[in-house]
Design a protein around this ligand. Sequence first.
Ligand code: NDP
Length: 336
Amino acid sequence: MTPILRWALIGASDIAATRMIPAMRALGHQVTGVASGSAERAAGFAAAHGIPYGTVDVTALVARDDVDAVYVSSTNDRHRAHAEAALAAGKQVLCEKPLATSLDDARALIGAADRAGVLLAVNHHLPGAVTHRRIRDLVRSGAVGRPLAVRVFHAVSLPERLRGWRLEDRPGAGVIMDITCHDASVVNPLLDRPAVDAVALPARQGPWKAGSEDAAVTAIRYRDDVLVQTHDAFTVPFAPTGLEVHGDEGSILAADVMTQDPIGEIVLRDRTGVHPVEVGERRDLYEIVLEAFAMGRPTATGHDGLAALAVADAVLRSTQTGRREAVRGFPEELDA
Ligand code: NDP
């Protein structure tokens, strides 16, 4: 039996409204209250989503006896403070990605969760998807032989309603913190080895006045000279997303798998031909995250969130220095 959790939401956010509250309720979980930086938005969000309690007082919300777990979906620059408040109250935390806007902040959260003895997980929704599990299984079973390269196609259009803080000049804004870190959440467990270094080119292409990069192309090298390329953007309305894994004995081509919905098709090409891959039952990606969290076996742990951030951090530094940057701060257990 999956435990039924009573949630506090920190962040009157779009993702909470559109994905997480529906997923929580579909699993039978309850939403106890929501905290926002604005009393008016807290009250409006609570009323709009049938949540009994809306407040600006994060500490009071997370301390409530009828809160088992806290979901943090505030802007990226507030993740650390909000997750820390919840952990200080001894509550398990599902934090949105990126786990924080700096490696030090992410490490501080992992330390706080360890000290509190509670679960810290990150809402990277892709690694738990049945498509990505299938791709990892194929790679681990040797279907492509020795992995040589991964290509990630994650250039999408930022919906109009979200064209706010992501496009500003502030910590946690920009496509790299938004999308490249999702790519890393997929590639890290897929390659199962540390990222070594990265080089990247940022761009500002959108029909808006962007304070941060709204598109980026990256090259990331993982241990054993495995090369990864990503194309991430807020500016491309019609391209399909995708993931390809190329090895010396085969290639996996996965179309439409870098999305928020449980869609996408996988094909394996090898010396015997082109083989469609059966992926099995498709479930809502956010329900998968929540169910795994409730079971205490998250699809992305705090360490996974740190590893994804470590890659995004090196990519971001490269866009700032114009040079190849070492990936720093990969969690130690992955370095082993
Ligand atoms: P939103 O912009 O909808 O919400 C983020 C914060 O912005 C809210 O917490 C709210 O602050 C503030 N806000 C929202 N609407 C308004 C408004 N009209 N006026 C002023 N402030 C407003 O962001 P998202 O839902 O897109 O993203 C939230 C988090 O979720 C981010 O960390 C993002 O990276 C992550 N995310 C994850 C996804 C995934 O698939 N895992 C997908 C999308 C986002 P307050 O709470 O103080 O009211």
